[in-house]
Write a protein of this length. Structure first.
Length: 676
């Protein structure tokens, strides 16, 4: 904030849109842009002292200069006057009125495409407030005993009106450096008070006082007496400010903004930047301090990058930014599924190219003058330029693709997980699974007798993990075209395909009937688990239970394992199975449903044969005896993605990788009926 009292920016006042007057077809609205209410303000006296005072706008045709406003003053976006894109409309010439202590006007909104979002919010009554920017040419100052000074603006001029998101409260102001229009001389309406002390006046760097003011410094005043003084600015062109004062204030403002921007771009805490500003560091000194801070948080020689990265104070902030942008992209793809939090709402409505621009500017890359293709290319090359960060745009896109893929993978139905056994394999070497088939009998040990050794089965089934994968390319054109499908629906399809791959692999074992380690097919009469073809009935289920009960393991010992799952294709077999396992209220013992609640039905379309009868299968509890085992690589459960900057394509490549395998381990816990 400028320390020089002569530097007063344009001031803002809250105003309101009159919702009942909105004409959406003509894109015109009526507003009340001032009521002249008294508001509390602040001014500097000396280098550090802030003094409160009240400001009252006199709303009359004699006090308000309406020529500038009535000639078609601009209607801006949030008082931003730096570019033509900020102009979202204008005051309808001749529509400005002063009546009953209020100022009203009619606004014509633009039809330009780049302002369509803002205009839409105004017309749909989401944006209901405006703020008027004005400059005072003449104050009358009154101070009563025990009260704040009252500054009555008896000659003031509105310059522009703005649509704003958060207007000031009734007793507050909107006032910032952004509200000063470049190239416009500031009105010297607030000069050194005649009752200021010489010390306070001397502390104002760069301030040049008039002879009248100098003569009055040190003059005694009676604090108990109400006093009024009038300060008048030139009625035509404001008097130019002392060059040294204006340059000093401008330089101070630019220094603070530049340091703040540098600190934000390098991911440092804002408190660090505030300290640099307060200590009066020059830009060169600030850059050196920022560089030292970056070196301090970087990995030291001999250290890995993982531990220091976890200790960085900005890690949570960078991850939060990445998650927020990812959330906004996912919400655009499926609003009903992916909900927005407050963090993601900040990026709602932004296109992919807008997000790329934002990511670049966060890393200190100037995007001014870049075309859309150049923007996309620069965003894709962020990491190749040495800017490793979780906020980089490629990482955000990869995060979106990975989340879409994982979500689809996890939501895809997999029926085999109920009856098959899950395992984890540490590497890609072949693994051997012993065929347990039950443990040997426990033998009686007489007094002082010896315990005898028993053995488990020597039969082993061997298999190893298989890697599956595919690469998809995300190009600059994808970003420019705002093609969300490339980051959401296509990865979703990959995720669902990975889940289908698992089901295909497992159920191919049942339908393919592979040979086991003994050289005999999984389902075979020699294994006692290939039943006579029949429909699912009480008779065929009884035969299946009989076959399970007849299975013997090591030392010809019965394994005492019964089926728990009945696995069927959809259709007639599914209907038969559900009828047999559903409890009913019988009229007689002959109608009792013998197998009610004894089996869980697993319905799987992959069991529908290309021709012939529909088969059905029975499986025991996989925790009781081995059946089919499916496995993932340790720490890599499911489908995962890897990202690299494209070499064959002008953009980014995402590789979907899936390590998976399945094999039949034992035949004793399964049986097959080929159907009838």
């Amino acid at each position: 904030m400028p320390k020089d009292l002569t530097q007063l920016p344009l001031i803002g006042r809250r105003a309101d849109v009159l919702p009942d007057t909105i004409d959406a077809d003509a894109r015109e609205i009526d507003i009340i842009w001032t009521t002249g209410a008294t508001v509390q303000r602040y001014r500097w006296e000396g280098w550090d002292d802030i003094v409160e005072y009240d400001e009252e706008l006199i709303v009359s045709e004699a006090a308000v200069r309406l020529d500038r406003l009535n000639a078609g003053a601009p209607f801006l976006d949030s008082h931003m006057s730096y570019s033509l894109e900020s102009v979202i409309g204008s005051v309808v010439p001749g529509s400005v009125r002063i009546e009953n202590g209020q100022g009203s006007a009619r606004i014509k909104l633009t039809s330009a495409p780049d302002a369509a979002d803002i205009v839409h919010r105004i017309l749909e009554k989401t944006v209901r407030h405006v703020s008027v920017g004005y400059r005072v040419h003449k104050y009358e100052i009154t101070k009563a005993s025990g009260e704040r000074e009252l500054w009555r603006a008896v000659d003031w001029e509105p310059y522009e009106i703005s649509a704003v998101a958060m207007p000031a409260d009734a007793g507050a102001q909107i006032r910032s450096a952004k509200e000063v229009a470049p190239g416009m001389a500031l009105s010297p309406c607030v000069l050194i008070r005649q009752d200021q002390t010489a010390a306070a006046a001397a502390s104002l760097k760069g301030t040049t006082m008039t002879d009248k003011t100098k003569a009055a410094v040190g003059a005694e005043t009676d604090p108990t007496t109400a006093q009024t003084e009038t300060r008048t600015a030139p009625t035509q062109q404001p008097a130019p400010q002392p060059a040294d004062s204006t340059k000093a204030v401008s330089a101070e403002r630019e220094r603070g903004l530049a340091i703040t921007k540098l600190v934000r771009q390098h991911g440092l805490d804002q408190d660090f930047g505030d300290k640099l500003i307060e200590e009066g560091k020059t830009l060169d000194q600030a850059r050196a301090a920022i560089l030292d801070a970056l070196v301090e948080r970087s990995p030291k020689a001999g250290q890995s990058e993982i531990a220091p990265a976890q200790a960085r104070g900005d890690g949570a902030r960078e991850a939060g930014y990445r998650d927020a942008v990812s959330e906004a992209i996912l919400h655009r793809s499926r609003p009903n599924v992916n909900k927005l939090t407050d963090a993601g709402r900040e990026f709602r409505g932004m296109s992919l190219i807008d997000m790329a621009r934002d990511a670049l500017e966060r890393r200190g890359v100037s995007t001014r003058g870049m075309s859309k293709l150049e923007l996309a290319g620069a965003a894709f090359q962020m990491r190749s330029a040495g800017m490793h960060s979780t906020s980089d745009f490629p990482n955000i896109l990869a995060n979106v693709a990975n989340k879409s893929m994982r979500s689809a993978y996890e939501s895809a139905p997999k029926t085999f997980t109920a009856w098959a056994r899950r395992a984890t394999i540490a590497d890609f070497k072949p693994v051997s699974r012993n065929k347990l088939g039950g443990a040997p009998d426990l033998l009686k040990v007489n007094e002082s007798g010896e315990f005898k050794y028993g053995t488990m089965g020597e039969k082993k089934e061997t298999y190893s993990l298989v890697t599956y994968g595919r690469i998809m390319a995300l190009t600059r054109q994808t970003i420019v075209n705002d093609d969300l499908d490339a980051f959401t629906r296509i990865p979703e399809a990959f995720g669902a395909a990975a889940a289908d791959l698992e089901s295909d692999t497992v159920y191919a074992i049942l339908t393919g009937n592979p040979a086991m380690s003994d050289g005999t097919a999984l389902f075979h009469a020699n294994h006692g688990n290939l039943l006579t073809g029949a429909t699912i009935s009480e008779t065929s289920l009884a035969a299946a239970y009989r076959a399970f009960g007849s299975q013997k393991g090591i030392e010809a010992r019965p394994i005492k394992v019964m089926p728990q799952y009945i696995i069927v294709p959809p259709g007639a077999r599914s209907v038969e199975a559900r009828k047999q396992v559903t409890a009913t209220t019988p009229a007689s013992t002959a109608d009792v449903n013998t197998f009610a609640n004894r089996l869980q039905v697993v319905e799987e379309p992959r069991l529908i044969p290309a021709a012939g009868n529909d088969p059905w299968f029975l499986a025991a509890d996989p925790n009781r005896i081995d059946t089919v085992e499916y496995a993932y690589l340790d720490g890599q459960d499911g489908v995962f993605t890897e990202t690299r900057m494209g070499f064959d394509v002008d953009g980014m490549e995402i590789k979907a990788r899936h390590d998976f395998a399945a094999a039949a381990i034992d035949w004793l816990g399964m049986s097959k009926n080929p159907g009838a």
